[in-house]
Design a protein around this ligand. Structure first.
Ligand code: IPE
Ligand code: IPE
Ligand code: MG
Length: 245
């Protein structure tokens, strides 16, 4: 099994995934796009379980981007309904697996019932410790950076911080992702090679992994393959190979 080849001492602490390809998966089967979204839930369960089993501490899933609000109303509504239903249904599994749910993104733009379910699940699972599952919902990296900038400028105007205190650390700590280590591994499914406004600051030194598998087909074995690939890479952070040994 591929899983047995994974070095548990060198696991990424944080994996971020752009779950893409639901629409194309459904289209291949002659079905509506939402059928693809519905079938993507199983993949979410698989990677969450897969990560928790191995001992990955943080998993961030890109579920809905700021730009996704531009999709047809019908698809947005169906996605939001699916989200409410899924969060409700999966809370027990999160409890059973000791997984804490958190979210990044602009919650104020979510429909009321969706926000309520999300906040309830976050509250119920808040003391779980095995892994943190972070849903990026109505999220975009630029949204986060703009808000952080506003916050910093306001504190500067109010005299709380001086200009020379604006540094990498301050920016990092002002982003909504400040509680999490930066992802060492970022995965995108469906064969697209782009970031689509997902974590920008945080992936400055992430290893990127792309696969043609469409999200509803994504299973634990695919996750294991990605982690194995990650473990074969040399992360130099600007240094030379020789300096690393
Ligand atoms: C990803 O699948 C899910 C969301 C963006 C919500 P898509 O819906 O983008 O599927 P494709 O890319 O059109 O196949
Ligand atoms: C990115 O997928 C957003 C999510 C997976 C939630 P998209 O399918 O929306 O991205 P683009 O439009 O192809 O870049
Ligand atoms: Mg897509």
């Amino acid at each position: 099994m591929i899983k047995d080849n994974i070095n548990l001492e060198r696991l990424p602490q944080h994996i971020a995934i752009i779950m893409d390809g639901n629409g194309r998966w459904a289209k291949e089967k002659g079905k509506y796009r939402i059928f693809g979204h519905e079938n993507g839930v199983k993949a979410v369960r698989e990677v969450s379980e897969g990560c928790a089993e191995l001992g990955v501490k943080f998993l961030t899933l890109y579920a809905f981007s700021t730009e996704n609000w531009n999709r047809p109303k019908m698809e947005i509504n169906a996605l939001m309904t699916l989200l409410v239903k899924t969060i409700k249904k999966e809370t027990d599994t999160l409890m059973k697996n000791d997984i804490k749910l958190e979210a990044i993104g602009d919650r104020t733009t979510l429909p009321k019932d969706c926000r309520k379910e999300l906040e309830e699940a976050i509250e119920i699972t808040k003391n779980n410790t095995k892994m943190t599952l972070i849903l990026a919902l109505s999220y975009s990296a630029k949204w986060d950076i703009v808000n952080a900038t506003r916050d910093i400028v306001k504190r500067a105007i109010d005299g709380e911080i001086a200009l020379d205190e604006v540094n990498e650390n301050l920016i990092n700590n002002t982003l909504t992702t400040h509680k999490y280590p930066h992802p060492e591994l970022m995965i995108r499914t469906s064969g697209e090679h782009r970031i689509s406004n997902f974590l920008l600051w945080e992936i400055a030194y992430s290893e990127l992994y792309f696969t043609n598998v469409l999200w509803p087909d994504y299973r634990k074995e695919h996750l294991h393959e990605a982690i194995l690939d990650y473990q074969k890479r040399e992360r130099r952070f600007g240094k030379t190979s020789e300096q690393l040994v």
